[in-house]
Design a protein around this ligand. Sequence first.
Ligand code: FES
Length: 138
Amino acid sequence: MPDTLKTMEPMHAMIRSGEPVLLCDSGDLADGGAGVPFEVVYLTESCHAFAVRYQGTVYAYLNRCTHVPMELDYQPNQFFDLTGHWLICATHGALYAPQTGQCRLGPCRGGLVKIEVSEADGQVHWHTSDKLQPEKPL
Ligand code: FES
């Protein structure tokens, strides 16, 4: 096998899309409050991600601004702006809609990478996809 193909092999077997991975307890996410960080492998790269609760629903995204690939939070796990209605990148102030991750204002381009989540029985899970895998085998 050519070396270029070998380097593309995943660290461990791909987990099929839609598998739940425990993220946190429901009580860890206050509405409009601090986010909960977690780790994922996006494509082949280890990345920080975060979950927040907005108007009762949990949303999760890669912690990567679309302006410059920097993490959004300057103060750890603080993702909402002062209004509590927008996710803000602390570096240059880009605003994203918490429900969709789409850019609302500022230098962002497009939207945050959304991660599917579910909440049941007091627990929040994120879900794998062909681009998002857990850091460790399940
Ligand atoms: S790096 Fe996020 S707005 Fe510039």
